[in-house]
Structure formats: C-alpha cells, structure tokens
Design a protein around this ligand. Structure first.
Ligand code: TEU
Ligand code: CA
Length: 567
C-alpha cells in the first residue's frame, strides 16, 4: 500500500443544514461551520466532508443539485465558501465536498432544456426512452419507491429515468459531453482549493442499457435498482477516465460511496492504481437488510458487527484503506443501532468508539457521534422530513402493519435520526440556532451536549479526543494507522478482540460487550494500558501474568487498549 497524506488523519462529516446556524433562520450554514472550525481542530480532525451545499430545491436535502457552481443561499455565499477554505487551511483541515453526479435536480438548466426539446442536444443529457404503450420502459424500482421512470410532461409515451426521486433525473454518462461537463466542474472546485470529493451513489452511473425487465421482488411487480446494477458493465471505464481527467492532475482525495461490489474487485477501487483513494466500509450497515423494506429488517448483534468487519478487513487491509463509520446522514445513530440496550450509556458509547477507531481504516466521524448523540423519538409521522422514511412508512402500511407499529419501525431506521440539529449546549434548541430549527432537536439535548462534555475528562467527547490523538502519537501512531489487524478470542460471545501489529509496537484491543464482568486470557504478555474506558489510572492492576501469557479481568462494557510484547 502506497503511503498517503491522509492515512493518519481523522475525518468528520458535516451535514450542513443541521450543524450550526449562524444567522438565526433555523438552517445551518457556512458561517456556522467557520465558527466551529476551532472545535473540530481541538477534536483532532484533519479532513471535513461537507454534505451538499450547492444550489438546490432540497427535495432530497441538497442531493438534488440545480447549479453545481453556486452555493445555495440558505447556506451562504461563494465568499463565505472562500473564507471557509481559507480558515480551514490555516488550521490544516482539508475540505472535501460532495460530488453528486449520478443525477441532478429537475430544476437544473440541463433538464429544463431537455423538457423543452427532448429530441435536442439536452435530451441526450438524460435517459429518455419510449415506454410500452404509455407504461414505463421496464420494471426497475427507484430507491425511494415507485418506478424509476417518470413521464415527460406533454408526452404520452416518453419517460425519463431517475434512480432516486423523480425530481432527481439521472445524468446520461454515456454521453461524452455530459462527462466533460462533469470533469470541468470537478476541476473548477479543485482549482478553488478543496482537497477532494466524496462520490455520491457513484456506482449507479452505469446502467444496463438494454433497459429490460428483471424478475419482480415485491408485489408491486418491480425489481430493486441494485438488481439492474449487477448487470451493468463498464463502470470502471468511466471512473478511470474521471480519475485521469479530473482528480489525478490535482492529486485529489476521493472517497466513493458504493454498496455493491465484490471483494475481488476491491483492488480496482482502492488499490494503488484504483479509481478512488478510499471507499466507505458499509459492511455492518448492510447486515440485517431485507429486500422487502425496512419493516422486515433484522436487528444485528455486536458479534455480527465484529465478524463482518473482521471479514471485510481481512480482504481490504492488504489492498488499501477503507473508511470506517458507525453512522452517517443516511443511517441511524450507531449507539442506538448497535449497542445492546444495557450498554447504551457513556461506557458503551466509548466502547463502540474504541472498536470503530481502532479498526484498520480511516475513521470517519459523523457530527454528534463524538458526544454520543442518539436516535430521536418521533411521536408522529408528521415530524419526519426524510423522503426515504416516508416511502418506507407507506411500504410498511401496505403490508398490513398498523400506523403506530409502522411509525415505530421506520423510526428505528429513519435518516432523520442523524439529521436532527447538533447539540452544542443546553440552551434552547441545543444552541444550534437562535431561531426555529428546520428539524426538531432531540429532546435529550439538556443532558447530552458539547458544552457539558467539553470540560469533563471522563466524557465521551474526551475519549474520542484521546482515541483520535493516538493516530498521530509518536509511540503508538504507526501501529494504530498501519498495524496489521488480527482477530483474537473470536469464539467468545458478546466480545470483540483484536491485535494491531505495528512495526515496533503491538496493541491489543479488547471490548467486553456485555454488562457482566468476565476475564479473558491471551498468549501475549501485557506491558501496559494505553486506553481504558472505565477511567482507571493507567496501570496494569487488572492484568495478571500467567504461565503462557496474561489474564485480564474486565468490567461490564469495559474497553481496553493494551500494549503487549511483540509475538
Ligand atoms: O445515498 C445513496 C444510497 O443508495 C443510500 O443512501 C440509500 O438508497 C438511501 O439512504 C435509502 O434510505 C446517497 C446519499 O448519501 C443520500 O443522502 C441521497 O439521498 C442519495 O445518494 C441520492 O443522492
Ligand atoms: Ca442559517
């Protein structure tokens, strides 16, 4: 693996609408981000990815872009953006933007022109196809429900394709003009001084161009969009071209969002010659999913989390560095989703932080994760804004699930869980805004907020700081960033354990994922305690030397990083 400047960094995702409102209109903005750069610096963050801030009608919260060269007025101006870049640079924080080029907004001028003249040049910017006697050309289902095909206004049998909402028409990557427009735009932003991009839904850019039906997987007679993706060939040609023409000249950082790839393809994505620098590791997030929808999801255990992450790392750590997340703006809060109920407290939150940040890869925090923010309780479907949750709610109702139960189920997975405003203090609305927040603040902000945790040495926030600092620690940094990950004690239940074997140092990571105490034995001699979520003074009181190694007594939900001899 070629060493890269970002390997020892910790990254942080900002969902701008909910991060910090600077002008009191209830919507987070660029000046709010500038205000909080010192906070991020203090936390130890080196890379910040900001979800879309481009001009948008916000049908899908900015993932529907109507002008790639403009900042949406809700977020501020281009001058604010320039200032943000300048201020971030001063603090050695790299700014990464969201690249949403599978689709644009139906309000984008390209689509508006296509509507006026579907047979003209802009018609070819999109996938416009004839239907079957007024019915869609094929049976693919959009990710947000319903057909991917929408009738072109004014025509009886012409449709355009949208993998996501109907207001998000897919861009036709087969058209070289479209690709050149996209590369030009990428270069324009990189020229401005951003460090790179997170590539949204990027695997969708290649379609199965036969546009044929696949076997239905639900009663609606349609098939999931991902079924089609399995038949699409040639995405790598587009991705390599984009790399050569747009990213490589700037040595840009790129991180892909993709869910559907085979382990043997990983080299082509993040190997030394791969099309991206990194991709997110979604392996735990995909577990438990059902093709029927959220209502049919299965809750997964921390042992399943462990096993799938180990499997993923076994393949990936020789090839490149994936990014580890426990949550993002599309996923529920990690602590609510993965921790057993009796571990949903500060100790458990630190344990989950420890597992995630000590796993081989680039740690990618999502705003609020560092203070242990939790899912929100929704008391009515009216409180939900997210387009995906509203669809899944309908799907649940259609399967005969009652309204209360349906709300309960979709609340667990709702994308709005992570989108509630950042909890800065116990002031009204969590100190996020002086106006009315666009989405309700989680009611637990009085106890759970940055201000409360900032000064407290045993807070979740302080533990995150400690873990983040380990990546650049002169003694342990090399092992934390590059050390080979090797599972240990995998036969135990409610337990996660692994070594990180660096060149000089060996670290042993142990997490007792249950409220009961236990003691475990390993064959290495322990030399010292590097981190402990139970807040004991560094020392090795709980470790006993045995004939062939060490026995370690652990409290319920204790998390330890130990240094051991190198064996
Ligand atoms: O998400 C792509 C995606 O496929 C998943 O997010 C999933 O379909 C969705 O969360 C269903 O709940 C990216 C963005 O992260 C997401 O916010 C956007 O809505 C989507 O692309 C469209 O741009
Ligand atoms: Ca604002």
């Amino acid at each position: 693996m070629k060493k890269r400047w970002w390997h020892d960094k910790t990254a942080y995702q900002i969902y701008p609408k909910s991060f910090k409102d600077n002008n009191g209109d209830g919507i987070g903005d660029l000046r709010g981000i500038i205000e909080k750069l010192d906070y991020l610096k203090e936390l130890g963050i080196g890379i910040v990815w900001i979800s879309p801030i481009y001009k948008s009608p916000f049908v899908d919260q900015g993932y529907d872009i109507s002008d790639y060269y403009a900042i949406d007025p809700a977020f501020g101006t281009m001058e604010d953006m320039d200032e943000l870049l300048k201020e971030a640079k001063k603090r050695d924080i790299a700014i990464v933007m969201d690249l949403v080029v599978n689709h644009c907004s139906d309000q984008h001028e390209w689509f508006q022109k296509a509507l006026k003249d579907p047979f003209g040049p802009y018609g070819e910017y999109f996938y416009i196809r004839e239907g079957k006697d007024g019915n869609p050309p094929c049976n693919w289902r959009s990710y947000f429900g319903g057909s991917v095909w929408e009738k072109l206004p004014g025509y009886d049998n012409l449709f355009y394709l949208h993998m996501f909402a109907k207001e998000q028409p897919d861009l036709n990557w087969e058209n070289p003009k479209v690709r050149q427009e996209i590369y030009k735009m990428i270069r324009w932003w990189l020229e401005k001084g951003i460090a790179g991009f997170r590539l949204d839904a990027i695997i969708n850019i290649k379609k199965d161009l036969r546009f044929v039906d696949f076997p239905a997987d639900r009663e609606d007679g349609m098939c999931a969009g991902t079924t089609m993706l399995a038949y699409a060939r040639g995405v790598m040609d587009f991705l390599q071209e984009m790399k050569q023409e747009a990213f490589a000249p700037y040595d840009a950082f790129t991180i892909g969002e993709l869910f559907d790839f085979r382990p043997q393809e990983l080299k082509r994505y993040i190997g030394n010659e791969g099309c991206f620098e990194s991709i997110f590791d979604f392996s735990p997030h995909l577990l438990g999913a059902s093709e029927n929808g959220w209502y049919d999801r299965r809750k997964i255990s921390m042992d399943e989390f462990r096993d799938t992450v180990f499997e993923s790392k076994a393949v990936s750590q020789e090839i490149g560095m994936m990014a580890n997340i426990i949550e993002n703006h599309d996923e529920p809060r990690g602590v609510s989703r993965y921790l057993p109920k009796d571990g949903q407290n500060d100790r458990g939150k630190k344990l989950l932080a420890g597992i995630s940040l000590m796993t081989f890869g680039l740690p990618f925090l999502y705003q609020g994760q560092e203070i242990g923010m939790t899912n929100k309780r929704f008391s009515s479907i009216e409180e939900v804004d997210d387009i995906s949750t509203l669809d899944e709610y309908q799907v649940a109702l259609e399967h005969g699930i009652g309204e209360d139960e349906a709300l309960k189920i979709v609340s667990e997975m709702s994308r709005d869980n992570a989108r509630t405003p950042m909890q800065w203090s116990d002031d009204e609305h969590g100190g996020f805004t002086e106006g009315n927040p666009w989405l309700l603040v989680n009611e637990n902000y009085k106890e759970l907020n940055v201000k409360e945790q900032e000064g407290r040495e045993d807070s979740v926030l302080s533990f995150y700081k400690k873990l983040i600092a380990l990546r650049t620690d002169s003694e342990y940094g090399e092992a934390v960033v590059y050390g080979k990950q090797e599972p240990v004690l995998t036969e135990l239940q409610n337990f996660t354990g692994f070594y990180r074997r660096g060149k000089e140092k060996t670290l042993l990571v142990l997490a007792n994922v249950q409220k009961e105490k236990r003691s475990v034995s390993v064959t290495a001699a322990v030399k010292g305690v590097v981190a402990d979520n139970c807040g004991m003074e560094p020392g090795i009181e709980a470790v006993e030397k045995t004939e062939d190694g060490s026995r370690i007594s652990m409290e319920g939900y204790q998390f330890l990083i130990l240094e051991t001899e190198n064996i």
